[in-house]
Ligand binder design. Sequence first.
Ligand code: FES
Length: 380
Amino acid sequence: MSVDYPEHPPKTPSDEELGRMSRDELSKLGMKLDGVELVEYPDPWPVKGTRAEKRAERAVAFWFGLSGLAGLACVAAFIFWPAQYVAANEPGHFWYSLYTPVLGLTFGVAVLAIGIGVLVYTRKFIPHEIAVQERHDGGSAELDKATITAQLATAGNDSTFARRPMIKRSLAFGGGVLGLALTVIPLGGFLRNPHAQSSNEDGLLHTGWMQHGDEKVFLRRDTGDSSQVELVRPGDLDAGAMETVFPFRESERGDHHALVHGLKRADNPVMLIRLRPEDAAKVVKAEGQEDFNYGDYYAYTKICSHLGCPTSLYEQRTNRILCPCHQSQFDALQYAKPVFGPATRKLAQLPITVDPDTGYFISTGDFTEPIGPAYWERKS
Ligand code: FES
């Protein structure tokens, strides 16, 4: 196809002439200034108000509407769907297990539907122009900026968007609700007071190791069978060994839900480490936590102080506790303070001793500092 390029650059109008020019004239002038030749500019609907045009309009509105409904469903699921952990085989586990898939599905449909709506609108209502432009270097002059603004306005006008209220309303609904979903999900945590339960073990400041009255909290190992209770006592670990332990109270014996909950609760896992005697002699203890250990046994939370991954690796040779997520390392000989990687706070230490009546390990209290990553009110 041969194209006759416009004379470039065309005569530049004065400021006064520029002020008198209509939007259409400015738009055409802009094209000339850019060396653009409009080869084809077909109106997608030369005959207005046909049934096909209305059908296309309804199709666009359908996708925007579907996006809005899916966005609403996402917000509703975020607020009302049961999100609290329910163990397998417990009533309500099925609905709990659907929480994340429902959020993902509704949000995905909302984004997909709005994308399809925009695509359909572009295909059906935006003129499919063919234009040819010469290449040129350098930035844009004031004149170019004024004319491109006019061209964009003309393009908006030609898209007929302004005179299609059904599409405008459905887009406002779909886009608005999607925006609401995008806002509610990150800000949703603010709807619930994180300290509403601060005085009990479900609060941010406590864990499953919290004491209830005089009842002893034993250190229990996970055997793979949640109904089996196996407690830990000195001598169970070789020097230089580490074992993950969970809280257990006698009142929980035979209570399936409580036994499962004790093993599953996110802030319960604790690393019980038995240092080698020669290493134990080098230990530096945290201030105020001098009696948290029992002999060579030290108990640290397994929840990384960086972003909360399980710090599940203990290297006996260097006495380092390693978090596999971002390679933070903590020194078990120095109150588990961070010595490498992005973590900046030590791992919280659980105070332990041995129960004189049974000979098993017990904790003498909950952690004295919050475990896991930082949050606003956290002091340490
Ligand atoms: S979560 Fe442990 S290093 Fe990042």
